[in-house]
Design a protein around this ligand. Sequence first.
Ligand SMILES: C[S@@+](CC[C@H](N)C(=O)[O-])C[C@H]1O[C@@H](n2cnc3c(N)ncnc32)[C@H](O)[C@@H]1O
Length: 309
Amino acid sequence: MHNKHQNKNELHTPVLLDAVLRYLDPHKGETYLDLTAGYGGHAAAILQRTQGPATLVDRDEHAIEQLRGRFGDEVVLRHQTFLDASQELVDQGKQFDLLLADLGVSSPHLNQVDRGFSWQAAGPLDMRMDQSQSLTAEAVVNTWAEADLMRILRQYGEEPKAGQIAALIVGNRPFSTTTQLADVVKRAWPGHSRVHPATRTFQAIRIAVNDELGMLEAALPLWMQLLAPGGRMGIISFHSLEDRLVKRFLSEQGGERYDADLRVVTKRPITAEPNEIVFNPRARSAKLRVAVKIKNQTERSLHANSGKE
Ligand SMILES: C[S@@+](CC[C@H](N)C(=O)[O-])C[C@H]1O[C@@H](n2cnc3c(N)ncnc32)[C@H](O)[C@@H]1O
C-alpha cells in the first residue's frame, strides 16, 4: 500500500511493526499519542490508518527535526521527555485512542559515534538522549562515588563484577572517550565472552544518565489516564528491567479484579520472528505488551467474571 509518509532510507527501522498494527488495530479518525516517536516509523504506519490527530513526543531534538521533515504540520510535535509531556497532557484533560511507547535508544543514537552510546568506536562520553540535559556519561564516570557507580552497575547493568569495575573506573579516571572506558572495563573480564564485557557497563551508565527506569515507572500511571475508554496501549521494551516494570504495572492494573481498568491482551510479551531479527538485529531483545482500557462497568464485570471459569 502506498504510504505518503514512507521513507525509503529510514535511519531507524521500527521493530515489531506488524504486531504493533495488529494489536493496536488503528481505525480511521482515532487519536494517537506516540511517546517515543523517534524517526516516525511506527507513527507513519499508524497515521496512514488513522488519518487523525496525532501527538508525537521525543526528548531528542535531532529526532524531532526528522519528524518535522517527515510529517510537517500534520501532527503536534513535542520535544520533551515522555514524563513531562504526559503530565502536561493529563493536566489538560487529554485522552487518546492509541498510545505507543517504543522505549530506549534509536539506531542513530548507537550509530553516531559523537553521541557516545557505543563502546565500538572512540566517541565522547555523552550518552544523553536529550543533548540539552546537563548530566552526561562523562560526569557519571569521572565524578560519581565508587559506591554509586557500583550500585548502577549492579542495578541497571546486572553486572556480576560491579564492585571490581567500579574500583577500576575510580582508579583510572579521568576518562574522556568511550573506548578508553571500554578498555578499562575489559580488564575485569580477561579472555573472551559472547557479550563484549563493556556492554553491561554502558547499559548501566546510559540508564543512569537518562533516568530511563525512573521515568518509565513515573509515567506508567499517567499513560493509564491518557488512554480513552476502549483505547489501546502498546509498550515495547528492550531489557528485562524495563519489561519487569511494564509487566508488573499491567498486571496490577489489569488483574482479574472487579474494578480492573485495563485488559491485558498479551499474556506473554510479543517478540520478533527470526526473519525480522535478520534484517533488524535491534529487534532481538524487543518485547511488546499491549493492554486495552476497559470501557465501563458492564465490560468490567464481564472481564472480572471471565477469569472465574
Ligand atoms: C526505539 S526509538 C523509537 C523509534 C520509533 N518508534 C520509530 O519507529 O522511529 C526510542 C526513541 O525514544 C526516545 N526516548 C527515549 N526515552 C524517552 C523519554 N523518556 N522521553 C521521550 N523520548 C524518549 C529516544 O530519543 C528515541 O528517539
